[in-house]
Design a protein around this ligand. Structure first.
Ligand SMILES: C[S@@+](CC[C@H](N)C(=O)[O-])C[C@H]1O[C@@H](n2cnc3c(N)ncnc32)[C@H](O)[C@@H]1O
Length: 284
């Protein structure tokens, strides 16, 4: 294998993707794993090499691993739930998948999606500057038609998606797995408006509904570690508690399933209250 030394995102939101890859490594190592993601280990090894070479990198890496442990139970279950949503959406006729804030997602490689499925990964350019050379170095081959779009979701990204082959006339499955929460309410709603305009009937959008209570301490630790703007802490982030009503008002038919219900088939602890779960929206 050729050794690559891509630029590791060691601060900023792109770094959070490494934390989720650590979670997927932990899961993949379990005999009772909910999914297997061998590429996660490759990303984590490369990221760790980059961290430990810097002055306070060893300490920051240890903090990142500790935070991944804190988030592990909930985060790993949501990886599996999103896996199942993507598979089901494709079985039900979605011909395109768009992962918003894809991070180090490897579903294009590991879910066995058919070659005619266009699988778009949207994230910041610096994330792909780390991810793509690593995938090339291990000659990873997607099963479907994977397309990478380096954009900022706070800007106008629809044109970049179209230029990369997105077809608004085909039903699409949209994934938000932990990105809209990094945007302000206004920015997240603009993303939702844009994807609504790009969604033909039959398209789907999976949205996590969080508890309505205040931000737990581990989120503040995470924001400190990624050195995110502390001002942002005070803003209402993501689609907010009215996401389901907003979707219904914009021609999406929604169903909500509680976290407890969704994870019942898996023998894992439930750390969430009853108002947490997934909203699945289908465009009418
Ligand atoms: C917590 S990670 C989740 C990554 C991936 N969805 C997963 O579950 O493994 C959040 C991701 O959102 C991306 N992100 C945050 N703000 C963004 C923005 N304004 N535009 C595009 N991507 C963004 C980050 O770069 C990061 O990859």
């Amino acid at each position: 294998m050729v050794e690559t030394r891509p630029e590791v995102p060691m601060a900023g939101v792109a770094m959070t993707a490494i934390g989720v890859a650590v979670v997927r490594v932990l899961e993949s190592d379990r005999p009772d794993r909910l999914y297997d993601d061998p590429l996660a280990q490759v990303f984590v090894d490369a990221a760790k090499r980059g961290f430990v070479e810097t002055e306070d990198g060893g300490e920051r890496w240890a903090k990142l691993e500790a935070l991944a442990d804190v988030f592990y139970e909930g985060r790993t279950l949501s990886v599996r739930l999103v896996d199942d949503q993507v598979t089901e959406a494709v079985e039900q006729g979605c011909r395109q998948v768009v992962v918003l804030g894809a991070g180090l997602d490897t579903r294009a490689f590991r879910l066995g999606l058919p070659p005619d499925i266009r699988f778009f990964e949207l994230d910041l350019p610096e994330l792909f500057a780390f991810k793509e050379p690593i995938l090339t170095s291990v000659q990873a081959v997607p099963t479907c038609d994977r397309r990478v779009v380096g954009i900022d979701l706070r800007a106008d990204w629809a044109e970049a998606l179209r230029v990369n082959g997105f077809r608004p006339d085909l039903p699409t499955h949209w994934v938000d797995e932990g990105v809209l929460g990094y945007l302000s309410r206004a920015e997240a709603l603009r993303v939702a408006e844009t994807l609504t305009e790009l969604s033909t009937p039959g398209s789907r959008f999976g949205v996590v509904r969080f508890a309505a209570d205040e931000r737990p301490a581990q989120y503040s630790d995470l924001r400190r570690l990624v050195r995110a703007d502390p001002e942002g802490e005070r803003e209402l982030r993501g689609l907010g508690p009215d996401a389901q009503q907003w979707l219904e008002a914009h021609d999406w038919h929604t169903t909500f399933r509680s976290w407890a219900d969704l994870i019942a088939p898996f023998d894992r602890p439930n750390e969430n209250s009853t108002d947490v779960g997934f909203i699945v929206a289908v465009r009418t």
